[in-house]
Design a protein around this ligand. Structure first.
Ligand SMILES: [Zn+2]
Length: 381
């Protein structure tokens, strides 16, 4: 098993699949071709899906003995960029550590999924098992959006559980925070710096916005923390405005990020945005202000009774239930009605230059998921 994982991971790492939104990133076209060929050689009939122009998913089904249910396994094919790395696309082994871009996040898991597909083509699983390899998890989740909106509604039987093989240090990821991005724009009036009375400064009112964000941040830290995820947070991310040193600025913009908890409502987030807008309006002057939500990724938490969770706990009793610091496609799957857990290898350096995955932990992931699939039962509806 060791050598099979090393060889397969080496092939996967060799293929540059840096997300296409990153400069020089080719996206998933080549790696999805590799995955599809691998599955075809096993005798499966993989479907290549056009998630977006030049962005492809690969999906393959292994029919189960019981055709009434299905279980979904998921991995993303893209990686983050490789800036600062010496040899990102060649696998290097040092003891148990396998170095290279994507080894940990998450080509090691893609190798595990392919080996599981291989095992279950020879030993039909109790219920149908759906292997989904998606594009674009590291940016806007175009792959998972396609899968959920365009493909899953046509697929039967609808999966009764999902497993996302993101790196979790062999713990069971049951929740993660959401991400929401906001922007306000302040509009003033330009004037020469020597005649400020003729203009309306659009930068100064940001002071009230920053103060209000600071107030909200303090309140969040004083609200009861989620036992696994801690407190909700926010931070100011980008400020821009003004055109020249001798000009009263006619425009400014402030963007911030809010990390949300599963118990927080959209209404609460809308109110926070409104508070910041009102704070800027209250700042003395004739400026105008507009605000909007730019982007939302929901938080996620699986029900403690979900079959996929209890089965995974049975298959891996030593694993703790943990909240994860990163956002994942599992939130979209959960929202679409598929209770989903995260479970993957030990390693280090996702999104960093010294990325590695533990070989032993990949073997554990393989063994535990094999056991889970063998014992997964379809929940009674
Ligand atoms: Zn990932």
């Amino acid at each position: 098993m060791k050598n099979r994982i090393i060889n397969l991971l080496s092939e996967l790492v060799k293929i540059n699949s840096v997300n296409a939104t990153i400069s020089g990133g080719p996206g998933e076209k080549e790696i999805s071709g590799f995955v599809a060929r691998y599955l075809t050689k096993l005798g499966l009939d993989p479907e290549i899906q056009p998630a977006a122009p030049d962005r492809t998913n690969v999906v393959a089904l292994i029919p189960g003995i019981n055709r009434n249910g299905s279980l979904l396994l998921n991995g993303h094919l893209d990686t983050v960029g490789v800036e600062g790395m010496d040899a990102p696309f060649s696998l290097k082994q040092e003891g148990d550590k396998l170095y290279g871009r994507g080894t940990y996040d998450m080509k090691g898991s893609i190798a595990v999924m392919l080996l599981l597909a291989e095992y279950f083509t020879h030993h039909p699983p109790p219920i149908s098992t759906l292997f989904t390899f998606v594009a674009d998890e590291e940016d806007r989740s175009a792959g998972m959006e396609y899968l959920i909106k365009r493909w899953l509604p046509k697929f039967s039987p609808f999966p009764s559980g999902g497993i996302f093989l993101e790196p979790t240090e062999l713990e069971i990821g049951v929740s993660h925070k959401g991400v929401s991005w906001y922007e306000i724009e302040v509009i003033g009036k330009a004037a020469h710096g020597s005649r400020p009375s003729e203009g309306v400064d659009a930068i100064l009112p940001l002071r009230s916005a920053l103060e209000e964000l600071n107030n909200i941040q303090s309140e969040l830290l004083n609200t009861e923390a989620d036992p696994l995820l801690g407190h909700a947070t926010l931070h100011a991310s980008i400020i821009d405005g003004g055109t020249a040193l001798s000009v009263i600025p006619s425009r400014s913009r402030l963007k911030w990020e809010r990390r949300t908890l599963p118990k927080e409502s959209q209404n609460l987030l809308n109110l926070e945005l409104e508070r910041v807008i009102q704070a800027v309006k209250s700042f003395p002057g004739n400026h105008d202000v507009k605000g909007r939500e730019i982007f939302v990724r929901p938080p996620y938490e699986i029900s403690k009774e979900a079959k996929v969770l209890t089965c995974l706990q049975d298959a891996s009793p030593q694993s703790k239930l943990v909240g994860l610091s990163f956002w994942s496609d599992s939130a979209l799957c959960g929202k679409a009605g598929i209770p989903s857990v995260l479970f993957g290898p030990i390693g280090h350096g996702a999104h960093a230059t010294d990325e590695w995955v533990s070989l032993k932990s990949l073997i554990r992931v393989y063994e535990i998921l094999k056991k889970l699939i063998l014992f997964f039962e379809v929940p009674v509806r």
